[in-house]
Design a protein around this ligand. Structure first.
Ligand code: SF4
Length: 349
């Protein structure tokens, strides 16, 4: 596999200013069916009008509690599930009109949390990595697979003919990374890809991912519940709550000062060794509301200690929070453009 200059990828069509992914108004609702006639009885609002961009060469971290819609959003991006509404534009090409799902899938690959379930137990790891390139008619799939196995730290002479059950979790995840890279993607979605690994193995895989990103000119979407890991790998962070985006911005800005009360509560549970960096926000109480019947207005109002009447009546939209305009939050009470959150106002009062 040749080294790709991230700034001179021949597949780059719109230049660095054009987002690799522009997602607008993504919606995915899942029907709940029951009874003998399998009638639809309710709808889960898994992703509800989510808009964001993934910039070329960045790592966008996506965080939020379980059930917030981050994994569903990832599956929509790769076409594993069908959109109910919204548009996805990949480097200027709209999915479904300018770009087919098949073409999109060559450019976007995904690594899942469960390293064992992701691999066919009947294929050797060489066959697994070579499978995609073979199906796509790429040249020399076996050599490509062996080169990539070597690149992810699995010496082909020792590992190529092994089966998934003969490998450790960390080794299997290296195979899954090699398998994703075998398609020469531009975007790799890592959905809790290191969450099941021991801490020492996790660090090795994170370092490997950082090296591969540089070497192959990749862009990552990194989904995790581990806020420390997200801080370590991300350039920007997007926070989701109950199927919606509530805050997005540069990693340093969000970790230094959360604009949205949900983000502040979420981050308050994060262990920190730095006494200057500990948030005083109380941790989140209770579970998120049922996505079958999400609260009106701001979906966080049932758990927000700053909620006022407007919060249950009107939905807040993402708007600029900090003067640099790159940090956005969806909260009626934040002080726009000021960089001051509700918690700041409370401290100042
Ligand atoms: Fe809390 Fe209201 Fe802001 Fe929602 S809009 S986060 S309920 S203050």
């Amino acid at each position: 596999m040749s080294r790709i200059d991230p700034h001179h990828d021949s597949r780059d069509r719109g230049g660095p200013a054009q987002p690799l992914i522009l997602a607008q108004g993504l919606k995915k609702h899942f029907p709940i069916r029951s009874g003998l006639l399998n009638r639809k009885t309710a709808t889960v609002h898994a992703v509800d009008g989510v808009s964001f961009e993934v910039r070329k060469g960045e790592t966008l971290g996506i965080v939020g509690e379980s059930g917030c819609g981050k994994s569903t959003t990832a599956r929509l991006l790769i076409g594993l599930i069908e959109l109910d509404d919204g548009t996805i534009v990949f480097d200027g090409d709209a999915l479904g009109s300018d770009l087919s799902l098949k073409e999109m899938r060559k450019s976007v690959q995904m690594v899942f949390q469960d390293s064992y379930a992701s691999l066919n137990p009947r294929l050797t790891i060489e066959e697994s990595v070579a499978f995609g390139p073979k199906v796509q008619g790429l040249s020399d799939p076996v050599k490509r697979a062996r080169d990539l196995l070597a690149r992810v730290g699995l010496e082909p002479g020792r590992f190529a003919q092994r089966y998934p059950h003969e490998l450790s979790g960390g080794q299997r995840q290296r195979v899954n990374i090699a398998r994703a890279l075998a398609m020469s993607p531009r975007l790799v979605i890592l959905d809790e890809a290191v969450s099941a690994l021991d801490k020492s193995v996790e660090a090795q895989v994170l370092n490997l991912l950082a090296d591969l990103k540089e070497e192959f000119g990749l862009t990552y979407v990194f989904i995790s519940h581990d806020l420390n890991v997200v801080r370590f790998v991300s350039d920007r962070v997007m926070v989701m709550y109950l199927g919606e985006v509530v805050e997005v911005g540069p990693v340093e800005a969000i970790y230094a000062r959360q604009a949205h009360p949900y983000t502040a509560s979420l981050f308050s549970a994060m262990p920190s060794m730095d006494p200057d960096n500990r948030t005083l926000e109380p941790p989140l109480a209770g579970d998120p509301p049922n996505p079958v019947n999400p609260p009106s207005g701001c979906r966080f109002h049932t758990r927000c200690r700053f909620a006022e009447a407007i919060c249950s009546e009107n939905k807040p939209h993402l708007d600029v929070f900090s003067p640099d305009r790159d940090h956005l939050a969806a909260c009626h009470m934040r002080v726009p453009h000021s960089g001051h959150s509700l918690a700041d106002a409370e401290v100042m009062a």
